[in-house]
Design a protein. Structure first.
Ligand code: NAI
Ligand code: 15L
Length: 266
């Protein structure tokens, strides 16, 4: 079993979920966020930290043998908001890992790195970036930092381009993008257990009949997602109005993010 897994962004949606579901996957879960986190229980440590503070991040990573990096701005915002956690923060994290024995990093990237691809296109790991906003651009920056630290120093990472990680698919687009919580957990286990990881991009999606993304290149990880959004298709067809074919949500893989303005910085 692993000794200590660090979860950044532990107060957020996915952090709160993984805090429960990764319980017992390591002797200690170190939970960190800039926002308040409910008090530590047995087998947990709460370490508040602003990812933009390099010295604090260095201390945060000390003694960890795996990192699930979720912390940051998770939607489209102005550049000044995105800059702190998603640019400076991701650099701080990789540099801190380098100074602390290079624990494997699972970086929560996003489908918004490729959001302007049309929904009729099937993508594999060679697909060109087509970010749908500054948020997507910041995740590309994170992927690039991971690649740099791999080539220069041998730091291993999984760059998980998460689709939509929710308890169940909620709309028509999620019939393709849904990433079940259990499939995310099994991916984390597979990444930490794999004999070799390298710096590997993985599409963070379940085994959806209507999916757009091909993970063949990452088969060596031995990860087998089990859930399929198609199980909810009939319910979604019955309860959620189908968007028009020309609406962004039905046209582009990034959905409504492609319609967002560039929000002005203060
Ligand atoms: P969230 O917004 O609920 O959680 C992000 C957490 O990061 C928040 O608790 C926030 O306080 C923390 N944070 C922000 N700035 C920080 C800073 N400077 N220092 C320390 N912590 C900071 O987001 P969610 O949904 O839990 O997503 C987690 C990660 O996964 C994010 O990086 C997001 O971009 C990525 N992701 C999530 C998807 C989803 O379906 N939920 C889809 C694609 C990517
Ligand atoms: C993301 O990157 C966001 O963090 C999440 O809130 C969802 O909007 C998700 O993408 C999505 O595209 O459904």
């Amino acid at each position: 079993m692993m000794n200590r897994i660090l979860i950044t962004g532990a107060a957020g949606q996915l952090g709160t979920m993984l805090r429960e579901k990764l319980r017992g996957h390591a002797a200690v879960l170190r939970l960190s966020d800039i926002a308040e986190i409910p008090a530590a229980r047995d087998g947990e440590e709460v370490v508040p930290c602003d990812l933009a503070d390099g010295a604090a991040v260095r201390k945060l990573v000390e003694g960890c043998d795996g990192i699930v990096h979720l912390g940051g701005i998770s939607v489209e915002r102005s550049f000044d908001l995105i800059e702190a956690a998603n640019l400076r923060g991701v650099y701080n994290l990789y540099d801190a890992a380098r100074a602390n024995g290079m624990p494997r990093i699972i970086f929560a990237s996003s489908n918004h790195t490729i959001g302007f691809h049309d929904q009729t296109t099937r993508l594999d790991h060679t697909a060109p970036y087509r970010p749908d906003g500054l948020y997507g651009v910041s995740k590309i920056f994170g992927e690039a930092v991971a690649s740099l630290y791999h080539d220069k120093f041998g730091q291993e990472s999984a760059l998980v381009r998460i689709g939509s990680c929710t308890p169940r698919p909620e709309n028509w687009r999620m019939l393709a993008t849904w990433f079940s919580q259990d499939d995310f957990v099994s991916l984390i286990d597979a990444v930490f257990a794999a004999p070799r990881l390298g710096c590997t991009m993985v599409w963070g999606a379940s085994k959806n009949d209507h999916g757009w993304w091909d993970n063949t290149h990452a088969a060596f990880l031995g990860w087998h997602p089990k859930d399929n959004a198609a199980a909810y298709a009939e319910e979604i067809a019955r309860t959620v109005p189908r968007p028009g074919r020309d609406e962004a949500v039905a046209r582009y893989q990034g959905g409504v993010f492609t319609d967002e303005p560039i929000h002005p910085s203060k």
